[in-house]
Design a protein around this ligand. Structure first.
Ligand code: SAM
Ligand code: SF4
Ligand code: SF4
Length: 365
């Protein structure tokens, strides 16, 4: 099999760009690659309307075949090279990552990787929480550092309406408890806020998790993919979320803990913890975006809104050695200039519609 050519930068070199200050791999906007999100399955047992609406992801939807998925060996190899290039956080996602058979084994393999300084990269996982009651302890045991659970409402009827498969909220709350009991020091909770759907839940959610080991993060509804019927009217700006909570539980801004952090932190003035807001629509954070994504079938995407990925699986299965893979990844990152969220508002609806955006369940949230 012939090995596909290694991507080159516009300057024509097999373009590893490096930041002079740190020597880290850099893209064209001098952003390092620090965070790799790996989609381990494009399937999910939920059908959240903002992500995998039933009208599109119905019975006949053609999910990837088993042999199209990256194997654990392939994922581990890509992750090892990414870590050598400066990645310090590996996040398993999907689809629903806990549906991937043997996910604990993959966690253990990734947890055993070492950075050039001899540390392990941070291993994180984002889940809808449905399988956490049975899997939390094994995941922790395998070396998972952090878990993020998606939770859009505490109201059972509304929660079931959102997941659209009648999954009860109590089981997800059990999953969160299971994670805390398994030894995760904290659990992050992601709430996608959609106007007219669950924005009435903002303060209840804040009240429920204030002063607990769970940190709630409110995410602006994004125009990922082409199937979720996004419109700007349905976006609740983070500033409004902060105002609504602050009117009941006063908040003050807190400093970022890490460069490239997606969430802006706000702490309760009474010392009872904090919340985060992820303002991908109203306050884009492309300037510090250090995230790369691997789709379920092994394409490297340099932006959540990229219209195409770079086929690393073809390299892996075509017999590329580590040096070739490493050069390919460096070249792809070196050529990166994505900043979709910053330019979104300057695109006409026609231009936005013309972009061939990838579904989040495939590219990894
Ligand atoms: N199934 C897992 C889950 O729900 O946590 C992991 C994959 S999911 C695609 C990752 C994250 O993306 C979730 O927190 C989900 O709420 C978020 N998400 C999905 N579609 C979104 C959208 N249109 N706007 C904002 N966030 C979205
Ligand atoms: Fe599934 Fe997560 Fe998408 Fe909901 S957000 S449909 S749980 S992948
Ligand atoms: Fe990063 Fe693309 Fe999102 Fe901007 S739009 S923050 S470049 S993933």
């Amino acid at each position: 099999m012939t090995i596909p050519p290694i991507p080159r930068t516009a300057e024509g070199g097999v373009g590893a760009r490096r930041l002079p200050s740190t020597g880290l791999l850099a893209d064209r906007l001098d952003r390092p690659m620090r965070d790799l999100r790996i989609s381990v399955t494009d399937r999910c047992n939920f059908r959240c309307g903002y992500c995998m609406p039933k009208t599109v992801f119905g019975r006949d939807y053609a999910f990837l075949d088993r042999d199209e998925l990256l194997t654990f060996d392939e994922i581990e190899r890509i992750a090892r090279i990414a870590v050598a290039h400066g990645v310090r956080k590996l996040r398993l996602t999907g689809g629903e990552p806990l549906l991937r058979k043997g996910i604990e084994e993959l966690v253990a393999r990734l947890a055993a990787l070492r950075t050039p300084e001899g540390d392990g990269p941070e291993i994180a996982l984002t889940t809808n929480g449905s399988a956490l009651p049975v899997k939390a302890a094994a995941l922790r045991e395998a070396g998972l550092d952090r878990v993020t659970v998606s939770l859009d409402s505490l109201d059972d009827a509304l929660f079931q309406e959102i997941n659209d498969v009648r999954f009860p909220v109590a089981r997800v709350l059990d999953g969160i408890d299971a994670a805390l009991s398994a030894g995760f020091p904290t659990v992050k909770l992601n709430m996608v806020v959609k106007r007219g759907l669950n924005d009435g839940e903002i303060v209840d959610m804040a009240a429920r998790f204030k002063g607990t080991r769970c940190t709630l993060r409110f995410i602006e509804f994004m125009d990922v993919g082409t199937s979720n019927g996004w419109s700007l009217d349905a976006v609740v700006p983070s500033a409004e979320v902060v105002d609504r909570i602050s009117a009941v539980f006063p908040l003050e801004p807190a400093e970022a803990t890490a460069p490239g952090e997606t969430a802006q932190r706000w702490r309760y003035r009474d010392g009872e913890g904090e919340i985060g807001v992820i303002s991908s629509v109203t306050q884009a954070f492309c300037g510090t975006c250090n995230r790369a994504r691997i789709s379920t079938d092994g394409k490297l995407y340099t932006c959540l809104f990229a219209d195409e990925g770079h086929d690393l699986r073809a390299l892996l299965r075509g017999g590329a050695d580590d040096e070739q893979l490493s050069a390919a990844m460096a070249g792809i990152w070196g050529a990166r200039d994505d900043r979709y969220s910053e330019i979104r508002s300057s695109l006409t609806p026609e231009l936005r519609a013309a972009r061939q955006r990838i579904e989040m369940s495939y590219i990894g949230g």
